[in-house]
Write a protein of this length. Sequence first.
Length: 492
Amino acid sequence: MTHGAEKSDSCIVPAKLVNKATTVAAEPVEGRRGTAGNAGEQTTVRTQSRSAVSHAQTRIREAVNRNKQEKLTALMHHVTVDVLRHAFFLLKRRAAAGVDGMTWADYDRDREVRLIDLHGRLHRGAYRASPSRRSYISKANGDKRPLGVAAMEDKIVQAAMVLILTPIYEAEFLGFSYGFRPWRSQHDALDALAFGIKGRNVRWVLDADIRSFFDTINHDWLIKFVEHRIGDPRVVRLIAKWLKAGVMENGLKIATEEGTPQGAVISPLLANIYLHYVYDLWAHAWRRRIAGDVVIVRYADDTIVGFQYEGDARRFLDDLKARLARFGLSLNADKTRLIAFGRFVARDRQRARLGRPETFDFLGFTHICGRKRGSGHFQLVRKTRRRSKWTAVGRIVEGLRRLRHAPIDKQGRWLASVLKGHYAYFSVPTNIAAVRAVRHHAKVRWYLSLRRRSQRTSLTWRRMNAIVAAHLPWANVLHPWPEQRFLVKHPR
């Protein structure tokens, strides 16, 4: 975060919490009840596998603590059948199949035989990575984002490797890095940013976005970064195999000379390793050389940096461009902005009658310089980003079109689940009006959808309000004020 919080931020996650992260990550996919014949067996093997993973992570963590500067040269033996099994149960059960055409359910039918065979091939060096199946998803701006869907065995081995490598890199990563890490969420990053802007002398904010980051990661540099901490050549070779496996698109195999496939289990960890050496360590050293306050928050390839002085902000931006270019990366000029922002900027602009400062977006929220009711003191206001709001409404419209002739109760249950998911993320203080606006849009779209089912409908707004009250949950604030949660998690 800032000068005074550097040491404590890097130690935010206690050593024992990484063990618990594995347990918590496993729980959401364990809700399915087994049949009478195999429920006890599956519960037993999962418990044993979880215990084996916990034991392996503890041993790795102890080795890291004993040898903070030395490479870890013996890691592959931790990849046991129990670890592979636990990794298998962590995977999404309804995920799309890769080039092998195998789904989670297909693999589960002969799970133990397949895992034993996979374990043997891994340790004999006979395992081969398959190319990812290329698919595309639509982005909010209309573009297409390429995704790589890995084969089932590749997903399992990658998930196992994440379990093994996470304790190592959790001891390395810095406190202002929040993306794809255990016990760190998007709201933790938002809380840290809000706390820094309100608690430090921040007058300038740099909103930086790396252009096509996952597609432009340099393989050679990434392997060098991995080898800086990992001395087991078998682990390094595995990572190199995944990077060079290529992708299958329209029946043709395409070689991949750079980048990591978005959607691969291992990609978030590899991306964090890359940015740890390219950006985090560099930015941490850069801010220690200046006298003004600097606040840094990074989530994946999106970073927000707050500065006290404009000169520092502009020098940082120039130095950042040069730093990224050295490693084959560049900033997205359309999404990178340096703006005057903060409580002192808002005060000065109010006195000069210039209106509020510019706003910036981060993790789905638009950040605004506002004022508290009554006292008029500075208040960081966070509103749902307009694009995020209309994306949610568009999903509701599409879902209602698909369910138009379904019973009202079924439609209501689906709408309730969508709204609850929206509330869970966006129902923060200062944003409740925007969240309730989404509920209102859902109500109107549902009313119009029901009326279209019949030209002779007698549905009135009085009846519609009763249906909405019975099915759609009301929106309330679900998150505490950011500084309250931040101080509880980081009391030092």
